[in-house]
Design a protein around this ligand. Structure first.
Ligand SMILES: Nc1nc2c(c(=O)[nH]1)N[C@H]1C(S)=C(S)[C@@H](COP(=O)(O)O)O[C@H]1N2
Ligand SMILES: [Mo]
Length: 509
């Protein structure tokens, strides 16, 4: 074993940076955030007590964040070197050092807004790289005490070590550069998005009375960074608004091509619309309600002149995902739109920037195409789309459903005058009533909060009086057509789940 610490420290530092490079590459491939180091710097900014942070910011002027990132890197370098030196005596020492670093990374990622699971994957990849690289480089330093006959010259050990260090460093730099190149296009789009102004868009406050005001209820308006996200994109498409074009073609009299600016200029509709996923289980949370703004598709199709015989529109996104939407729902009075705004801001990148489709009353997989670039007017008999090719139903009208949010399963409710509450939805038909039943007893009506239209979810609440102890409460809705939500359980495949949501709770008091 080499007694000198130098090579071990060097190996530790190179391995550490190799780990940072791969984790950075994974993170920038899949998310809008750059790297764990920046997340840690952000964490430091958030957690530094006010006056100290101000002092630091004064000290570094507007370079505060750069300085912080450099500070984090200096500390990391020292820790990497230390871990390398500890590796002389086995793996326990370096693993503890990295475990602590990974923990800080996890906390930093978890506490930033809108984190994505990919960032944890990135941290794990970084950890594995670091261990692998350290093992690889220190191999020659660990070679067993030489036996007299085959004793390698000390020079060859050093050469082997330096070769490996060099190789790891080169690969790490290449991986880091690749991550940077991929991340650059997204950062550019992120920047373009930040600079956009949408003068026609004015988001109102949620309508008065739309909230039942029961503690623990999710907000009626779902904030963008809490909105559920479902798509097949591992790498989120980076689409510049300037380069964006949408073609409407197929069974039309004249093709229509639109730029992003055309949509901004022609913006003619804004509305509260609740969208949900066909994969939402009974009681699930793959549903959200936002204020969307954009251009009515019916108007665009009228301009294109739809020919007889067409009954579908095949939508295609920038990354090749497709969905087939009934022509009827795009041309009736429900104001299906090419949306450019979500809750008063340009669409977030993960929610389809620069343009997506929103159709009240249909599940997302047959309608809500994100990063949409092509609308082909066609016939269902002539197309197939991403999810229909995988066994999901061709048509996907939203099924009426209701959910209990308060109490959570296993929660507590006051035995006397306790409040239960939740949401119900039947987009584009509307909810006429909600009822709850305790312990399979009679259905009792719940109060409904107000809604601006039939296209959003509605909050409901009910007061229950029960004996202290364990109980079950379930919920069902009735829509504006008088249809009562079925209690028959069906799985999400092929066209959406059915059944009543029920939760167990303990009545206290
Ligand atoms: N391009 C693209 N658009 C897509 C999808 C997708 O995978 N790719 N998924 C759809 C599905 S299944 C749903 S439920 C909604 C979800 O939209 P959100 O992520 O903005 O909530 O987007 C739809 N649009
Ligand atoms: Mo979905």
């Amino acid at each position: 074993m080499t007694t000198s610490r130098g090579p071990w420290a060097l190996a530790g530092v190179v391995a550490g940076y190799a780990g940072l490079a791969t984790s950075y590459c994974v993170a920038s491939l899949a998310t809008a955030h750059g790297s764990a180091v920046v997340a840690v710097a952000d964490l430091v900014i958030r957690e530094t007590p006010g006056p100290a942070a101000e002092q630091a910011i004064q000290l570094f002027r507007h370079h505060d964040k750069t300085a912080l990132v450099i500070g984090v890197l200096v500390i990391l370098t020292a820790l990497f070197a230390w871990a390398g030196v500890l590796a002389r005596r086995g793996w326990a020492g370096p693993l503890v050092v990295y475990g602590v670093l990974a923990l800080v990374g996890v906390v930093a990622v978890a506490t930033q807004r809108g984190e994505s699971p990919v960032e944890y994957v990135a941290l794990a990849v970084g950890l594995l790289t670091w261990i692998g690289a350290l093992a690889l480089m220190t191999g020659p330093l660990r070679s067993p005490a030489p036996v007299a006959a085959s004793e390698p010259a000390p020079g060859s050990t050093r050469r082997g070590f330096l070769l490996r260090v060099g190789a790891v460093a080169v690969v790490a730099v290449a991986v880091g550069a690749a991550g940077r190149a991929v991340g650059a296009s997204r950062r550019q789009v992120e920047q373009a998005r930040r600079l956009l102004r949408l003068p026609g868009i004015t988001k109102p406050e949620p309508p008065a009375g739309s909230s039942v005001g029961v503690p623990g209820m999710p907000p009626w308006e779902t904030p963008n960074d809490e909105f559920y996200r479902i798509d097949t994109a591992i790498v989120v498409p980076a689409v510049e608004p300037d380069g964006w074009r949408l073609r409407i073609h197929g069974l039309v009299d004249r093709e229509v091509e639109l730029s992003y600016q055309d949509l901004v200029d022609q913006q003619d509709t804004e509305a509260w619309v609740t969208i949900c996923c066909v994969s939402n289980e009974v009681g699930g949370d793959l549903i959200g309600n936002a204020w969307w703004g954009g251009v009515r598709i019916a108007e665009l199709l009228r301009r294109a002149g739809v020919q007889g015989g067409a009954d579908a529109v095949l939508q295609t996104s920038a990354d090749g995902w497709t969905c087939g939407t009934p022509l009827a729902v795009l041309t009736d009075d429900r104001d299906a739109m090419l949306a450019i705004a979500m809750n008063g801001e340009p669409l977030p990148i993960e929610h389809g920037f620069p343009v997506r489709t929103i159709v009240p009353g249909l599940y997302g997989y047959v309608s809500a195409c994100k990063w949409v670039v092509d609308l082909e007017v066609t016939r269902f008999s002539e197309i197939s789309a991403y999810w229909t090719e995988r066994g999901w139903s061709e048509l996907g009208p939203v099924k009426m459903s209701s959910r209990i949010d308060v109490p959570r399963d296993g929660g507590d409710v006051a035995a006397s005058g306790g409040r239960v509450a939740g949401v119900a939805w039947a987009q584009h038909t509307g909810i006429a009533g909600v009822e709850v039943s305790v312990d399979e007893g009679d259905w009792q009506p719940a109060e409904l909060a107000r809604v601006p239209s039939a296209d959003t979810w509605v909050q409901w609440a009910a007061t229950i009086d029960v004996e202290p102890g364990d109980h079950t409460v379930r919920v069902r809705a009735t829509d504006e057509d008088g249809l009562v939500q079925t209690g028959e359980s069906q799985d999400v495949v092929p066209d959406g789940a059915t059944g009543w949501h029920s939760v167990r709770f303990t009545a206290t008091g």
